[in-house]
Design a binder for this molecule. Structure first.
Ligand code: NDP
Length: 403
């Protein structure tokens, strides 16, 4: 039985908090705290109305480490789940190591001014967590998160050696808007407008943004244009999957999204530096976020499915093997269960499962860890129980779903 403090009250948080409340045998006390307390109260009301479970709420500025330490002490929290923004990762990690409790998040640290996302500064806190006799679990969403667990499961159970991994993220949902993002617009647009990067034979190769595209036939979804992006799980998987020769990440985008993004980029609306407008300083991408639909509001309008998974190629018993491990999620079913669409759902459910692994002591240690550092099987079992069932297709060596 654990006492959890959840920070942030957006779409991902709503799913993670609902799912923690659905697992009250593990999470005996839940406190939801965020910058805007009314958003926490709205999630608390939804949980009370639907599940009859009462949770506590609080106001917090997660950039203020002292205030977070005080809140941990006040609530008696035994673990902290960060589903605020990646900008808060370092201050919340510091609060956890100071309070001596485990830290869990879903996205690696980004500095608001540089658009650079990498694990370096979070991994550097390994010594602090060791000294505090506790742990940090990084990237417990879907990608990163479940995709790392799929790779770890393959390494631990399906292959003697893994040579190539392609991570394939398809969102075939339709929300009816010409342009909207499925999670925080600022974080999403920074990610997809960056240069592409993949890892091959020991070195990083860079491409232009969206330069490499291929068509992939996603099971239960269909054929979608898939673009090569850099994604943060590549950084840890390159380190942790031994013998890996190539790893790439692809995400699907529709033409309307791409056309809007190109126009916004061309006119400077994706800039992350300050510009002066009528004597007021604004950051264009933050202003754009204000204009775009709130991702949390997409839930009731989104129809269709997501399919996220990994195609893994390697050797087993001296023979070539290729498997495709994936999950398919339905936007409308996610909304019916949690009041949020599938992108929030596929992130919030693994955030809860990662917290559960830590709360139950199934995943334990001292220091800073990525998902693939642990036994994948118990996490994979929970995915099947908690709403993200996975399937494995045994593909012929060399067989492609590319069309
Ligand atoms: P939202 O923007 O919907 O929610 C973020 C929440 O964090 C808001 O409630 C916001 O408060 C709160 N917040 C922001 N700054 C602070 C602060 N300084 N102190 C306290 N609270 C703060 O984001 P999402 O729910 O879409 O995403 C949440 C996280 O999940 C992000 O880190 C995102 O990168 C990650 N993610 C990970 C994925 C994965 O698969 N691994 C996929 C999708 C998302 P307020 O409402 O007041 O602004």
């Amino acid at each position: 039985m654990s006492n959890i403090l959840i920070i942030g009250a957006g779409g991902v948080s709503q799913v993670a908090t609902v799912k923690c409340a659905m697992n009250a045998d593990v999470f005996s006390k839940i406190t939801l705290a965020s910058r805007t307390k009314s958003k926490c109260d709205a999630i608390a009301k939804l949980i009370k109305d639907r599940l009859g479970v009462a949770i506590d709420t609080a106001q917090i500025d997660a950039d203020d480490t002292d205030a977070v330490v005080a809140l941990i002490k006040k609530t008696g929290a035994e673990l902290l789940l960060n589903v605020a923004l990646p900008y808060q990762d370092l201050t919340l990690m510091d609060a956890c190591s100071r309070a001596g409790i485990p830290y869990i998040d879903t996205a690696n640290y980004e500095h608001p001014d540089t658009a650079k996302f990498e694990y370096k500064l979070q991994w550097a806190k390994d010594g602090e967590f060791k000294a505090a006799n506790t742990m940090a679990l990084l990237g417990s969403g879907f990608d990163p998160g479940v995709t790392n667990v799929f790779c770890a499961y393959a390494q631990q159970n399906l292959f003697d050696e893994i040579g190539e991994i392609d991570i394939l993220d398809c969102n075939a949902g339709d929300h009816g808007y010409p342009f909207a993002t499925n999670f925080n617009p600022e974080i999403n647009l920074r990610e997809v407008s960056a240069k592409g990067r993949y890892w091959e034979r020991g070195e990083w190769k860079e491409t232009g943004p969206m330069e490499i595209m291929f068509k992939w036939d996603y099971p239960k979804v269909g054929v979608k244009d898939s673009y090569l992006l850099y994604h943060e799980e590549l950084e840890s998987l390159v380190k942790n999957i031994k013998g890996l020769k190539r790893i790439r990440f692809f995400m699907t985008f529709g033409q309307s999204y791409l056309t809007h993004m190109k126009c916004l980029e061309n006119v400077g609306m994706l800039r992350i530096d300050e510009v002066e407008h009528n004597g007021v300083k604004i950051v264009p991408i933050q202003f754009l976020k204000t204009l775009l639909p709130d991702p949390a509001s997409l839930g009731p309008r989104t129809k269709g499915k997501t399919n996220i998974g990994c195609v893994i190629r390697g050797l087993k018993d001296g023979k070539e093997r290729q498997v495709y491990i994936y999950n398919v999620c339905d936007h409308e079913a996610c909304y019916a269960e949690t009041g949020a669409q599938a992108v929030s759902y596929t992130t919030g459910v693994p955030a809860m499962i990662g917290s559960m692994m830590v709360a139950k002591g199934i995943w334990s240690g001292k220091g800073v860890f990525n998902m693939e550092n642990f036994d994948a099987k118990p996490f994979m079992d929970e995915l099947n129980k908690q709403g993200l069932p996975w399937e494995i297709i045994e593909m012929k060596p060399g067989e492609r779903y590319e069309v």
